[in-house]
Design a protein. Structure first.
Length: 156
């Protein structure tokens, strides 16, 4: 048997703001983590990601390239962000130009095991646990289901 190629997880080329907390082990590279953010263990944050001020990213979350998360957000355990929508019928191997960006507004909470496709989510939104967000969310409120739908409007 041959030996596998072994790569180490870690923190590489990350731009940290003031007062950031990171609980290792994590895999973070080429991203920006703003002031007073919290990053829990077993999180992966890829390049070209920005995590806003005072935002909390809980354990086992995956934040892929091209995601921007606003200030005062909560990304719960196991939340997954997707940037490849399989436009060609399969993965965009070696073609990042086919990937799409995601923008999360301020004061957004994303529940445990939610999946966020390339969308824009406005400020003051709650996405329920296990939900799948497939379309832009343009109105504050509570969204849940697969696909995620407005359950209740909230006042801002």
């Amino acid at each position: 048997m041959s030996e596998p190629r072994k790569l180490k997880a870690g923190i590489v080329d990350v731009d940290f703001g003031e007062g950031v907390t990171v609980i290792e082990p994590v895999n973070m590279y080429g991203c920006r983590i703003d002031d007073e953010a919290f990053i829990g263990p077993f999180v992966e944050i890829q390049k070209q990601v920005t995590v806003g001020k005072r935002t909390r990213v809980q354990s086992h979350a995956f934040i892929c390239e091209l995601v921007t998360i606003g200030d005062d957000c909560f990304i719960s355990h196991g939340a997954m962000f997707i940037n490849d929508v399989f436009k060609t019928g399969g993965p965009a191997w070696g073609k990042p130009e086919l990937w799409k960006p995601t923008r999360i507004g301020n004061r957004v909470s994303i529940g445990t095991n939610a999946t966020i496709l390339p969308v824009e989510i406005c400020d003051d939104v709650v996405v329920g646990a296990g939900s799948v967000v497939t379309k832009d969310i343009t109105e504050p409120g509570i969204y849940a289901g697969n696909p995620a739908r407005l359950i209740r409007k909230t006042s801002t």
